[in-house]
Design a binder for this molecule. Structure first.
Ligand code: ADE
Ligand code: ZN
Ligand code: ZN
Length: 265
């Protein structure tokens, strides 16, 4: 799947805190169409609809072969049905003032979600294992898989979050965690992660973000997984993976804010 609902909410909360007044007003008026008022409330909408709209299943990731150097559109994004192309597409609908409010709200739901997913390292790779979904592990005593660890297991362990039923979670607790992560972002990081004038280059930026994820999958996620079980392994893996997860959530939030500030000016 994707980042669990907590991961998507963290990206949305960080972005929400950095919207300029014009973007905040536009976001508010789009969300109001459905009686909502915060980005975290729509951040996992796209996952809740994967059964209803099965053709959108591949939009959440891009299977760049783990051993490949980088993204190749012809090989990895056939007919534009991958996260790289869908993010670009939806950013343009969101920025289109002549599109209907309903179409722009739908695009907003996808943009908030896909900026999150493209930053999840295992959403930009495949090692003949469905992005790690078929790699079984025992993580802190629980049977799960490598992909699910990166979607949620690692961040839930670090932040001590308990998942609820049907994508539910404690929004206030997660928002507090998001603000703690946000406070750890330095001005230099903020400036480096999201350059101004991002909108005209969003197609290229999406590729850069997917390539970053793919590189992290290669250099971190797939290291030390020959015997993925036991307390010592779990501790060791958590220690190297959490800083990466943390940075990807922060980068996702900063970049989402910049995309929204430019698309909704
Ligand atoms: N299914 C196949 N590849 C996937 C990936 N990289 N991420 C999520 N789901 C997938
Ligand atoms: Zn997703
Ligand atoms: Zn996932």
């Amino acid at each position: 799947m994707s980042w669990g609902p907590e991961g998507h909410a963290i990206v949305a909360d960080i972005a929400q805190a950095h919207l300029d007044s014009a973007a905040a007003a536009e976001v508010a008026s789009l969300l109001k169409l459905e009686g909502l008022d915060r980005l975290d409330q729509i951040s996992s909408w796209a996952d809740g609809n994967r059964k209803e709209f099965p053709h959108t299943g591949t939009w959440h990731y891009v299977d760049i072969p783990l051993k490949a150097e980088r993204y190749d559109a012809a090989r990895d994004c056939k007919e534009g049905n991958c996260v790289v192309a869908k993010l670009d597409e939806n950013v343009h609908v969101l920025a289109d003032k002549s599109a209907s409010p309903q179409a722009r709200l739908l695009a907003l739901k996808w943009v908030v979600h896909l900026v999150g997913d493209i930053h999840q390292p295992l959403h930009a790779e495949d090692n003949d294992d469905k992005g790690g979904n078929t790699v079984q592990v025992q993580f802190f005593g629980q049977g799960t898989n490598l992909h699910a660890m990166w979607d949620g297991g690692i961040l839930r362990h670090a932040l001590n979050l308990q998942p609820g039923p049907n994508y539910s979670f404690d929004h206030a607790a997660v928002q507090a965690d998001a603000m703690t992560l946000d406070a750890a972002i330095s001005p230099v990081q903020r400036a480096n992660w999201a350059t101004h004038n991002l909108l005209p280059q969003i197609a290229d930026a999406s590729i850069v973000w997917a390539d970053e994820s793919h590189m992290l999958a290669r250099n971190v996620a797939y290291m030390d997984i020959d015997k993925p079980s036991g307390e010592a392994w779990s501790q060791r893996y958590q220690q190297k993976a959490w800083p990466v997860v943390q940075t990807r959530l922060e980068q996702g939030g900063v970049r989402l804010a910049e995309v929204l500030n430019e698309a909704l000016d």
